[in-house]
Ligand binder design. Structure first.
Ligand code: GDP
Length: 317
């Protein structure tokens, strides 16, 4: 990394943003700019432009987003579309107006069609209808990556995107209603273990396939992509390993040491049946993930327990 550059990490308090800040610090970057939500509302165009013209970051990493699991998304597609669209439009345009030449936009693999070929290549974008449960979020992220692509073409700035698969790890959100499946499972199994509950209730049929990547591996991928002189507009970032939700539950059960029996609530949605990213493009440039799923989950459970003991668990957005 060019440690003389200033880096603005939008969303530095979230799981992804905080991992990017840690990774930048580990590389010796000291000019890391951040702004808390209370200081800068990225959905506010005037405030975002003012902040950028004052701070003029050399590099921007867009990890700010309104995120949530299948429950939160399907209940609030309007809010997920509106807020994420505003953040993407305001940050990309304000960065450009402030003279920023390099920006990395982060999205999610849910931008791809529900029935995309598996593993999903970047070329599957906009070839078929989206998964309905998170269509708002996906449309906002598609617009964001297209903004980067178009600003790059029209104005010659190097704005590009990474689309990570399902993420987990340090600083995750443990809200059991609106959260993602992996942290939710950790919390449910831990609660059942400590309360001695006989059952853990999980959603859907347990048959959907998901791929998971530790957020520290994503942070490394971000820095890797920012080092590339002429990166592709869009690159997937995944671990390449798929598990069923049922297998995931067994891994989490082992990591937590919880003896409770699992009950599947088929009245809850399964979401997209399969979502494996083809990450061969980024891998062809030399990036590889380092943290395997069992090890990453064990580490995350240990961090969850430590955070709980400190009274420092995130339970909402
Ligand atoms: P998605 O990957 O975008 O669909 O979102 P999630 O991270 O919320 O994962 C959802 C998948 O995990 C679906 O197949 C759910 O049916 C399944 N799942 C099982 N139990 C739970 C749970 O307690 N919470 C959540 N969010 N998903 C669960």
């Amino acid at each position: 990394m060019d440690t003389a550059h200033s880096y603005y990490v939008a969303g530095h308090r979230g799981m992804v943003g905080s991992a990017v800040v840690r990774a930048l610090r580990a590389k010796g970057c000291t000019k890391i700019l951040t702004a808390r939500h209370s200081e800068l509302d990225l959905t506010n165009q005037a405030a975002t432009r003012a902040w950028f013209s004052e701070h003029k970051p050399d590099v921007v990493i867009v990890a700010a987003a309104k995120v949530g699991g299948i429950g939160a998304n399907s209940a609030a597609n309007a809010v997920f579309l509106y807020e994420n669209l505003m953040i993407a439009a305001n940050v990309v345009d304000a960065a450009y107006r402030a003279g920023c030449k390099r920006l990395l936009f982060l999205g999610s693999s849910c931008i791809y069609p529900r029935m995309a070929p598996q593993p999903i290549p970047e070329s599957a974008l906009l070839t078929a209808p989206l998964e309905k449960t998170n269509e708002g979020y996906a449309l906002a992220k598609i617009s964001g990556l297209k903004l980067c692509e178009f600003y790059r073409r029209q104005f010659g700035v190097c704005y590009h995107s990474l689309m990570p698969t399902n993420l987990y790890g340090t600083g995750d959100n443990y809200d059991v209603v609106g959260g993602h499946v992996l942290p939710t499972m950790i919390r449910k199994f831990e609660l059942a273990r400590t309360e001695g509950a006989p059952f853990v209730d999980l959603w859907g049929t347990g048959t959907p396939l998901r791929e998971f990547l530790h957020v520290d591996d994503l942070a490394e991928a971000c820095l890797y992509a920012l080092e590339m002189e002429n990166p592709p507009d869009l690159m997937n970032v995944g671990s390449g390993r798929e598990v069923t939700i049922r297998q995931l539950a067994e891994i989490v059960r082992t990591a937590t040491g919880c003896p409770a029996e699992i009950r599947w609530d088929a009245s809850k949605p399964d979401g997209t049946p399969r979502k494996l990213c083809d990450s061969s493009l980024l891998r062809s440039f030399g990036w590889t993930p380092k943290i395997d799923l069992e090890e990453g989950i064990a580490r995350t459970v240990a961090e969850y327990r430590e955070a709980l003991a400190r009274g420092d668990i995130r339970l909402g957005h």
